[in-house]
Design a protein around this ligand. Structure first.
Ligand SMILES: [Zn+2]
Length: 109
């Protein structure tokens, strides 16, 4: 859906929201019923999602005056916990101390 602007010869401009496939160069005026001509301009497509717009604004602002981060920003969440491994269990895997083999058998479920 897009918003198109039409200009009535006697009334004011008005907007019509309709699919791009249905748009015509003329549309009846909602007030007087005369055929109003379309005002050609960039269609007002749906707006950018809020999160995407904020990210773009932040990136644009940071490009001009980069902010120095001295601590983890709020809302970043806790650091990720190490994944469970059948070899090391819940402890972190250190590649230098990893067993070269033969490896333990995986537990039967
Ligand atoms: Zn009119």
């Amino acid at each position: 859906m897009a918003t198109y602007t039409f200009r009535c010869p006697t009334c004011q401009c008005f907007d019509v929201v309709q699919p791009m496939s249905d748009v015509r160069p003329q549309h009846p005026c909602p007030e007087c019923g005369q055929e109003a001509r379309r005002v050609y301009q960039a269609p007002h497509l749906s707006t950018t999602p809020t999160s995407l717009r904020r990210a773009a604004d932040t990136a644009a602002a940071s490009a001009e005056t980069p902010t120095v981060v001295r601590s983890i920003p709020g809302g970043a969440g806790a650091p990720r916990r190490p994944r469970w491994s059948p070899v090391t269990g819940g402890s972190a895997v250190n590649a230098s101390r990893r067993a070269r083999g033969p490896h333990q058998q995986l537990p039967r479920l």
